[in-house]
Write a new protein. Structure first.
Ligand code: NDP
Length: 334
């Protein structure tokens, strides 16, 4: 069967393409402009006509995906902005929400579509205001309030979080109100901060996708973050595998899956990098071992994803070793 993946040149999306092709699916990737196709076609040259690309210049247009979706059986929607430095929150919200609605509107017109998966985010589920054990019943209302009350002056991360929140809410609302037209079911995958080797085309070390740029800036370039910063991480390859597993499981339909491998403080990654002793890859020394005595304000309940999708999550050391190898191959670490 054939899967349309939107935003096919993104950090997570390229891994989704790879794992779909490896699993035997035919894949069509949508991109914003033709020049973004070249790198993808060279990456997946071995798959011949099983991999194709299509240009969708503006995902916010009504009917934007009508052509791209034809002949596909399923859609994975992964085109959405990720930025932690946006002035007007609408610059993130509009493409996130309108892009999602155009995908679903096109799906509603083509009865061959059996499944639509939205790559949403744990950011839609939880933000700075929440503590305790979080699961899929939660919504990040804290970020919504922050952006509603402060607008352009809102916290940068909250602006991004709200775009994922509103896009996912809009999707569930659309699915509910178009039940009679939709032949497909719908699910969302909500990963925490995703790191890992990059497959996408990058124009230089400072042109990585937002989350890998953050990882490289902090871990390899020693940029300082607030001492109390703690967050959750997942290997991008587990995020992409979850998308493939979800396609293969009927019972995944209608569900929202929170994905995360564990909590971290940046010191964990400093320690892993320094213990690996790979020539050319050093992290700040910091206070080795601090991660082991950190108390986390928040944990993530990922039991639904583990039970329904059968997914297991990789470890921090393997991911970090693979990131170093990947960034060194690109000449981004010396
Ligand atoms: P990338 O920035 O690497 O990829 C984003 C993709 O979306 C690109 O294909 C990009 O295309 C496309 N895109 C961005 N803005 C627009 C727009 N206005 N119109 C059309 N296409 C657009 O990000 P990630 O792979 O990291 O993220 C992809 C999705 O996964 C996002 O929805 C994000 O919220 C979600 N996510 C990411 C996590 C992470 O830690 N990375 C964690 C949880 C969820 P172009 O190259 O043309 O700009």
């Amino acid at each position: 069967s054939k899967v349309l993946v939107t935003g096919a040149n993104g950090f997570i999306a390229v891994w989704i393409l790879k794992h779909l092709l490896e699993a035997g699916y035919a894949v069509r990737g949508s991109i914003r402009s033709q020049e973004k196709a070249t790198h993808l076609h060279s990456l997946f040259a071995d798959y011949g006509t099983k991999f194709e690309t299509i240009v969708v210049p503006d995902i916010t247009e009504v009917d934007a995906f009508d052509e791209a979706i034809q002949g596909a059986d399923a859609v994975i929607h992964a085109a959405s902005p990720v930025s932690f430095s946006t002035e007007d929150p609408q610059d993130l919200i509009k493409p996130a929400v309108d892009g999602t609605i155009s995908v679903l509107s096109s799906a509603a017109k083509f009865p061959n579509i059996k499944r639509v998966t939205q790559l949403s985010s744990a950011a839609a589920i939880t933000g700075a205001a929440d503590v305790g054990n979080i699961d899929e019943r939660n919504w990040n209302d804290g970020a919504l309030n922050e952006v509603k009350t402060k607008g352009r002056a809102a916290n940068q991360v909250a602006k991004y979080q709200v775009s994922t929140y509103l896009a996912e809410k809009a999707a569930w609302d659309f699915v509910e109100s178009h039940k009679s037209q939709l032949t497909s079911d719908f699910l969302t995958i909500c990963p925490v901060l995703s790191f890992g080797p990059v497959l996408q085309e990058t124009a230089g070390p400072d042109k990585l996708n937002e989350t890998m740029k953050e990882f490289a800036d902090v871990v390899f370039r020693g940029e300082v973050r607030p001492a109390d910063y703690q967050a959750s991480w997942i290997d991008v390859r587990d995020v992409s595998r979850a998308h493939v597993l979800a396609l293969q499981k009927k019972e995944a339909g209608g569900k929202r899956f929170l994905l995360g491998a564990g909590q971290f403080v940046w010191q964990d990654f400093y320690d892993i990098v320094n213990d690996l002793e790979i020539p050319g890859a050093r992290a700040p020394v910091g206070e080795p071992g601090v991660g082991r005595s950190t108390t986390y304000v928040k944990t993530y309940n990922t039991s639904l994803a583990r039970r329904v999708l059968g997914i297991e999550f990789g470890d921090q050391t393997t991911m970090t070793r693979d990131i170093i190898e990947n960034l060194q191959q690109r000449g981004y670490l010396f």
